[in-house]
Design a protein around this ligand. Structure first.
Ligand code: SF4
Length: 71
């Protein structure tokens, strides 16, 4: 079984200041209003540490790293 992860955002909790996109531009873009657009890709292994840090520092606790298991 293979496990990979994706970043998820709670759009209700997010206040759109864009810290996450500054810290992890490889995976998070901003829309015209400053709200994050998460790229629809698995978090590459070399960016897992950065993804966990972005989840940790989000001031609104609006991000999480979701583990997805594939058989
Ligand atoms: S850091 Fe958190 S609150 Fe700020 S834009 Fe990103 S998800 Fe929203």
């Amino acid at each position: 079984m293979r496990t990979h992860s994706r970043i998820r955002v709670d759009p209700i909790a997010c206040d759109g200041r864009g810290l996450c996109a500054e810290l992890l531009p490889e995976l998070i873009l901003l829309d015209d209003w400053g709200y994050p657009i998460i790229r629809d890709v698995d978090v590459p292994s070399e960016l897992v540490r950065e993804a966990l840090e972005v989840v940790r520092v989000c001031p609104k606790l609006a991000l999480r790293l979701e583990a997805i298991r594939q058989s």
